[in-house]
Design a protein around this ligand. Structure first.
Ligand code: PLP
Length: 460
């Protein structure tokens, strides 16, 4: 099936030059980085697909908002603007800006979790899982089985397995569950969306057992776009109306604004209606982030987020945005390179297990592919597999991830069709020499979120 590239619904006003090093230099740079792509300098990277987080290109409207930012410590106009935007789009009473998504998690999660408690999600993102564990609790994933079958083209592979959710609640005892989290889109499952029907069913289980439901809402508008395209009930609804309904079923959200709000830094906490919780959130925000009217951000950042929240709802933008993943996916289909299908909202998750069947999970095949992509063409990506998952917090044993994905995250409004073609060519070249690629071992690692810092070396 020929997939046409959706032309950019914008024109380019500012450019940033990039360069490609020689292959010899790239081999040296990745060795100097201890085979960890997070240690590479960005100027040594040609196409940077490490993350779609904070790497977005802002619009002229957002940049002009930067000049309008009100930098008052308290009561700033820019704060009122972001609160109004949040209330209008999500329908929640309380909107708290924070400096990024994990700050929202740090402020909120310990208020609901502690030792002996559990949090259950469709699938936890790594920082969210880390904050559950830092709070002393344990994190359990209940994603639907279809998510684990990467060649299956199901429309909503990010869904919660609601039967498993209810079973898990009953097994552990509802009093032990502090929180249910719905990650939209489901990042770790490959940017796969969650259906409205699934959000409704999850919410009704939460109501039955009196458990709070929290959206981990980084990619809320991409999720809404998939609902519009794939859930017939919503074909004629606006993205804004779909977002409003999605959030109506939850009690609270944490959000990294560095994704669908199309900014470089920022996050939000939203609480539908819970005065005691709001009081505690304000206290912790002041202690960790700064006064409630700025939450660790400058007034100009609040302006950019307020605009970006609306720009992210634009249908032409979302069609182009998701279209980039679909274009990449179609090119990989032609050459039989496996990835989590259908393509995710924020990029492609390449199945490194099938690219390198000879590399076991504890030698990190997805990390090996990330390193090869850098050596092949200066492309930076990252492991979303066993290397990222880390060790069991109780036994310290290496855990085996459901997937060994190398994530090609696409920054918003940044790269063109020709860049995407370079990526496809690099993957084809690596596939042609895949049997000679070796795995890696860790020679040093920190205790939490190790993939950001660990040092590796190739297996001989
Ligand atoms: C990015 C992300 C976070 C963490 O947000 P940061 O802004 O990186 O701190 C949490 N959850 C999900 C689903 C994310 O994608």
């Amino acid at each position: 099936m020929a997939v046409k590239y959706i032309p950019e619904p914008f024109r380019i006003k500012v450019v940033e030059n990039i360069q490609i090093l020689s292959k010899q230099e790239r081999i040296q740079k990745i060795a100097d980085a201890h085979y960890n792509v997070f240690n590479l300098n960005s100027e040594d990277v040609y196409i940077d697909l490490l993350t779609d987080s904070g790497t977005n290109a802002m619009s002229a409207q957002q940049w002009s908002g930067m000049m309008a930012g009100d930098e008052a410590y308290a009561g700033a106009k820019s704060y009122q603007k972001i609160v109004a935007a949040g209330q209008d789009i999500f329908g929640y009473q309380f909107i708290q800006p924070v400096h990024q998504g994990r700050a929202a998690e740090k402020v909120l999660l310990p208020l609901l979790l502690g030792p002996q408690k559990y949090a259950i999600a469709n699938m936890f993102f790594d920082t969210t899982r880390a904050h559950v564990e830092i709070a002393g609790a344990r994190a359990i994933d209940c994603v639907v089985k279809e998510a684990k079958n990467i060649s299956l083209r199901a429309p909503f592979k990010g869904n919660m397995d609601v039967k498993l959710l209810e079973q898990t609640i009953n097994q552990l005892g509802p009093q032990k569950i502090g929180l249910v989290v719905m990650t939209i889109t489901n990042n770790s499952a490959g940017g796969q969306p969650v259906s409205m029907q699934n959000i409704r069913e999850t919410a009704s289980i939460c109501q039955k057992y009196h458990l709070p439901l929290c959206m981990d809402a980084a990619r809320f508008s991409e999720n809404a776009y998939f609902i519009k395209k794939r859930e017939p009930e919503f074909a004629n609804k606006s993205i804004k109306a779909i977002v409003r309904e999605m959030f109506s079923y939850a009690d609270m959200f944490t959000m990294s604004a560095k994704k669908d709000a199309i900014v470089n830094i920022g996050g939000l906490i939203g609480i539908k209606n819970n005065p005691e919780l709001i009081t505690l959130i304000k206290e912790r925000t002041i202690a960790f982030e700064g006064f409630i009217s700025y939450g660790g951000l400058a007034g100009r950042d609040l302006e950019a987020i307020a605009s970006g929240l609306y720009e992210g709802l634009g249908e032409a933008y979302l069609q182009y945005r998701v279209g980039q993943s679909e274009y990449l996916g179609a090119k990989l289909d032609e050459v039989n390179i496996a990835y989590q299908t259908p393509p995710g909202g924020h990029g492609l998750f390449i199945d490194a297990k099938s690219m390198f069947p000879h590399i076991p999970y504890f030698q990190f095949p997805a990390q090996a592919l990330a390193i090869e992509l850098y050596i092949e063409a200066g492309i930076r990506t990252c492991d979303v597999g066993s290397f990222m998952l880390g060790n069991d917090p109780d036994t310290n044993e290496q855990l085996q991830a459901h997937f060994e994905f190398t994530r090609l995250a696409i920054p918003r409004r940044v790269y063109t069709q020709a860049h995407l073609d370079v990526i496809v060519e690099a993957l084809i070249n690596i596939k042609n020499r895949s049997s000679s690629v070796k795995g890696y071992e860790i020679i040093w690692e920190p205790k939490v979120l190790r993939h950001f810092q660990a040092h590796l070396k190739p297996i001989k």
